[in-house]
Write a protein that binds this ligand. Structure first.
Ligand SMILES: NC(=O)c1ccc[n+]([C@@H]2O[C@H](COP(=O)([O-])OP(=O)(O)OC[C@H]3O[C@@H](n4cnc5c(N)ncnc54)[C@H](O)[C@@H]3O)[C@@H](O)[C@H]2O)c1
Length: 326
């Protein structure tokens, strides 16, 4: 049985990857400092609480377990915060990743799967976004991920490291059967924010900008179910195991939904009315971000998202939001 190290496996997406991998017969070892994640989200037997800045912890993990692939989910993820405190982002997203990669090189671990983001593209020059789209991040969060992608290009040439950088669009939803889901300590994502207005945790939802060049004037994003993302990660392990190449792959559904459409879908799923307040545009929000469908992800990862209807994705998020276990 192969051992996979899941760094950041107590967080939202990492915890779903762990469940998927365990079900597929992999042995998961989670390393997480619990700065943002939750111990209860870790649904495997091997958990190490530690920080990837700590080389002793990394050496301990690599020497205790024969790791075949590292999945690296850990990062700070709040775009707005990255603008006011870029140091925090470059330290935890770039410097910490360098520390992790150095420990991998020292311990001769070759396969790496990296959580990148569509934020590396900045303002789209054309849509949908394919892998060839120019990269010009417009905030420190996106820049930190772009820098790691560049570091990976160099490391793969010099140190024989193989990697897949997966550029997610907007992760959404929760596991339909295992009790894990999205619970960021500071939530900035639209679907949980809308649902929190319905549980009474928030007063209303602000729509930032209603005058964009989109069909209803509000921003359009590509929402991909977290279980579909998890499946793509498993397939990325197999892709790395099968060859000697490295890859950068966009991961979205190819379908965009506007803020107003998401709110309407939340109302339909819950049967409740969402309190909405219109607000001015936020700096740095592109009008639309939508991935190509059927591109590299389909060809290389056999990517075939199961959650196509946004209402199904929202239904899983709503189940979780009402019955959260952490
Ligand atoms: N959520 C999205 O929509 C989205 C979209 C694109 C990319 N991503 C990327 O996916 C990854 C996972 O996102 P998420 O939403 O699951 O975030 P999350 O905050 O829920 O999970 C990150 C986990 O990493 C841990 N962590 C942070 N710094 C650490 C460190 N130095 N050492 C050890 N553990 C550390 C946290 O405690 C947390 O459990 C991130 O890299 C993020 O940039 C997320």
């Amino acid at each position: 049985m192969k051992n996979i190290l899941i760094v950041g496996g107590a967080g939202y997406i990492g915890s779903h990857a762990v469940v998927n991998l365990q079900e597929s017969g992999y042995n998961c070892i989670v390393l997480d400092n619990l700065s943002e994640g939750y111990r209860d989200a870790v649904k495997c037997d091997h958990f190490v609480q530690g920080d990837i800045n700590d080389t002793n912890v990394l050496n301990y993990v690599f020497q205790s377990y024969d790791i075949s692939t590292v999945m690296h989910f850990s990062a700070y993820i709040n775009v707005g915060e990255s603008v006011v405190d870029p140091q925090k982002y470059y330290k935890n997203n770039v410097q910490s990743t360098l520390n992790l990669l150095s420990a991998m090189v020292d311990n001769k671990v070759k396969n790496f799967i990296f959580s990148s983001t569509c934020a590396i593209f900045g303002n789209p020059q054309y849509l949908p976004l394919d892998e060839d789209h120019p990269q010009a991040p417009i905030n420190p969060y996106g820049m930190s991920k772009f820098m790691v992608e560049k570091i990976l290009e160099d490391y793969s040439k010099a140190y024989n490291l193989k990697y897949v950088a997966l550029r997610y669009f907007n992760a959404a939803g929760a596991h339909p059967t295992v009790r894990i889901g999205e619970n960021h300590r500071i939530e900035t994502h639209l679907i949980p924010l809308v649902l929190k207005t319905l549980t009474g945790e928030r007063k209303d939802i602000k729509i930032f900008g209603t005058d964009y060049d989109t069909p209803d004037g509000t921003c359009v994003r590509d929402y991909i179910h977290v279980c579909d993302l998890a499946e793509a990660h498993k397939n990325a392990i197999e892709l790395l195991d099968a060859g000697n190449e490295s890859y950068q792959i966009n991961l979205g559904t190819g379908v965009g939904h506007s803020v107003k459409e998401i709110i309407a879908a939340c109302e339909e799923v819950t049967g409740m009315r969402v309190p909405v307040v219109n607000a001015p545009r936020r700096a740095g929000d592109p009008a639309s971000l939508v991935a190509t469908s059927g591109g590299l992800a389909k060809r290389l990862l056999n990517f075939n998202p199961k959650f196509i209807d946004i209402r199904e994705t929202i239904r899983t998020a709503w189940d979780w939001e009402r019955n959260k276990e952490y």
